[in-house]
Structure formats: structure tokens, C-alpha cells
Design a protein around this ligand. Sequence first.
Ligand code: HEC
Length: 158
Amino acid sequence: MLKFNKVIHYFLLLILLFSLIACNEKQRGFQLHVAQKKWNNAVSQFTEKELRVLETGQRLYIINCSGCHLKNGAGQLQYIGAPALSGNSLLKGEPSQHISIILMGKKSMPAYRNSLSNDVIAAIVSYEKNAWGNNSGFIVSAEQVNAIKIKVTEINKK
Ligand code: HEC
């Protein structure tokens, strides 16, 4: 007789595996109502696409920038000279200076023009401009980042 028990065993194991994968996907996946609650406020009502950009920006900020500027944007000015990004007036209005610092780096901050794509930089900048109470309502596009990239690389060629 075929080892019926064994078959059941593998079957259950397979179900367990699939449900684990499904749970994981659900946790990592985009949840519109959570993002709406988090980002929509009196200043800004973001579209679903913009909310996705902000969520992605948060993930990418944590990976690339939080080592120095911290997850809560408080910075570490006294230890490594990284200023706070929360409540920073540079992040409130027109974004070109903010973007060019990320592209070109500054003092001990690395330049990201070759390591991060325009899309990634746009998402990070959009996140920073709306996170930690910065609430600027701005979403920056990859095209905007690219325009500034062309400008700053021209200036640096001269
Ligand atoms: C190795 C540490 C380090 C990392 C990583 C880093 N920064 Fe910085 N950042 C700094 C330092 C130091 C300064 C201040 C430079 C100066 O003295 O003007 C700075 C300045 C800035 C400023 C200008 C703030 C102001 O008030 O002038 C912005 C915006 C900024 N960083 C964004 C980012 C973003 C976005 C990332 C990730 C893509 C990032 N930084 C990653 C160290 C870092």
C-alpha cells in the first residue's frame, strides 16, 4: 500500500508553505486604506498612484538614507554632520536644490547620480517632502529629477 500518511504529510506541508507565502505577500503588499490614512491630510489628497510612490519612497529612504539621517528624519548632526530632514525648510518648497544635493552629494554624504535611478530618487524626495510632518503636498517626477541631473552634470563639466 502506498504510504498514504506520507502523501497527506506532504500535502499539508505544501498548504502550510503556500499560506506562509500568501501571508508574507499580504504584509509586504500595498494597502490603499493604510496609505490613505497615513498620507492624506488637510494639505494633500494623493491619488492611488501617488500613494504608491510615497510608500515606495519610504522603503527606499530607509534602505539608502536612514543610516545617517535616521528613520524619523531627525539626522545625526552632532555625530556625523547629517542634518535633520524633518522640519527642514529646504524640503518644503521647490525641490531642485534638494534633488541636486542627492545627485551630487555634499561633504560626507555620497553622490547618488550613478547608483540610484531617476525614479528611485523621485520617490525618495517625494517621501521626504511629505514625511515627518513636512506635509508639503509635493510629488516629484522622474522627469524633474532627470532635468536637474542634466543641468548639474553640465555645470560640473565646465
Ligand atoms: C553617509 C551619511 C549620509 C547618507 C547615507 C546620506 N546623507 Fe544626506 N547628508 C549627509 C551629510 C553629512 C549632510 C550635510 C552636508 C553638509 O554639510 O552640507 C547631508 C545633507 C543632506 C541634505 C541637505 C540638508 C540640508 O539642510 O542642507 C539632504 C536633502 C539629504 N542629505 C538627503 C539625503 C538622502 C535623500 C539620502 C539617501 C538617498 C541621504 N541624504 C543619504 C549624510 C548622509
